[in-house]
Design a protein around this ligand. Sequence first.
Ligand SMILES: CC(C)=CCC/C(C)=C/CC/C(C)=C/C=C/C(C)=C/C=C/C=C(C)/C=C/C=C(C)/C=C/C=C(C)/C=C/CC(C)(C)O
Ligand SMILES: C[S@@+](CC[C@H](N)C(=O)[O-])C[C@H]1O[C@@H](n2cnc3c(N)ncnc32)[C@H](O)[C@@H]1O
Length: 376
Amino acid sequence: MPAVLCLRDRLRGWREAVTADPRFRAWAARFPLTRPMARRRARQLFDICAGFVYAQVLTACVRLNLFEILHEAPATDAALAHRLALTPEATTRLLEAAASLELTYRRADGRWVLGPLGAAMIGNPGIAAMVEHHALLYADLADPVALLRRERGGNALSGYWAYAGAEAPAALPGGQVADYSGLMAASQPMVAAEVLAAYDFRRHRALLDVGGGEGAFLAEVAPSAPALRLMLFDLPPVAVRAQARLAARGFGARSAVFGGDFTADSLPQGADLISFVRVLHDHDDKVVMHLLRSARAALPAGGRLLIAEPMAGTPGAEPMGQAYFGFYLLAMGRGRPRRAEELQAMLREAGFAASRALPTPTPLLARVLIADVSAA
Ligand SMILES: CC(C)=CCC/C(C)=C/CC/C(C)=C/C=C/C(C)=C/C=C/C=C(C)/C=C/C=C(C)/C=C/C=C(C)/C=C/CC(C)(C)O
Ligand SMILES: C[S@@+](CC[C@H](N)C(=O)[O-])C[C@H]1O[C@@H](n2cnc3c(N)ncnc32)[C@H](O)[C@@H]1O
């Protein structure tokens, strides 16, 4: 039976049919009332075509440490050419490309300073680390259709995230978890800041961070809740790293670290709050349901579960979810970005009584869901 289209979809269909006509586009680009819209659409489509070049301009800036150099002091083209070990022509080409992207800015006196987006990179080494590791994703995306058609896994990114394709993840050697654990630790403060702005951890006795990596999330939470006991579960070689980090940060006496495989082992008891931070989207639905049920089983009556990760369908940041993480996780070999409502339905199925989304300051970076175990 043909579906009846709502008025909004009928209007969209008409607009897209008109836009698909080259004669209409040529007319609309000239007609004063439609010209601004035509220019905006051309710019949007051009930015999608050219986005990979913009990303490589950023990569060059990061590799050359340009933002830190400009943060030290304004500089001339000649001084920068010397610092960057580039020819004067290449230096100016890079700085002007970066300026067009608002990463740098040339002052009236001719010296270069940070642009608004370059300035936002300062003090956040997590973004630079992400940009650097994108070289792997970039290689995997060279033929996106092949990536879509290929059996999942076997890419540069799936090798980097060693647990993604491992038959026995708990047996991974330390050398295979070091790079991804370092990247996660470097980028964790910007995620933890979102969670801390959304949730007060002082109401809990003990927090178990599952897939907690090197303990960077716990180390950010700890100062905000001095009485909170810190527990972490991750693969054995990652747990070793977490133990060392938490001890080095002075939280050794407050913490208990457990090594294991969360797809096979049950989670330790004793926490009244369990968190999954950037963990669930790495896994297919079956494993996610298993993890939610394991967490439900490990929590006492009245306990809570906290999920923090970037989510699909985030208003104002839609490409971050479905495009970036959709293809990222495809290259990684498993998992998918989920909508908040999908996770909430899974939480219900796993036996949680109620769940709600908490607003975060920058939903692009992470959104937060809280789910309750019923009180008795
Ligand atoms: C004072 C006057 C006059 C004006 C000021 C005007 C004003 C208010 C300006 C705003 C300034 C401001 C506050 C800027 C803030 C900028 C921010 C917060 C920028 C943040 C950027 C964040 C970025 C680019 C994050 C990128 C994150 C990436 C790429 C994350 C990737 C994550 C991955 C790959 C995770 C992998 C884990 C896995 C495997 C999927 O589980
Ligand atoms: C994407 S990282 C997130 C780390 C940390 N939560 C963060 O946000 O920085 C996923 C974590 O899950 C852990 N992990 C993956 N598979 C696991 C498994 N089967 N058992 C236990 N931990 C696992 C990884 O070692 C890694 O530390």
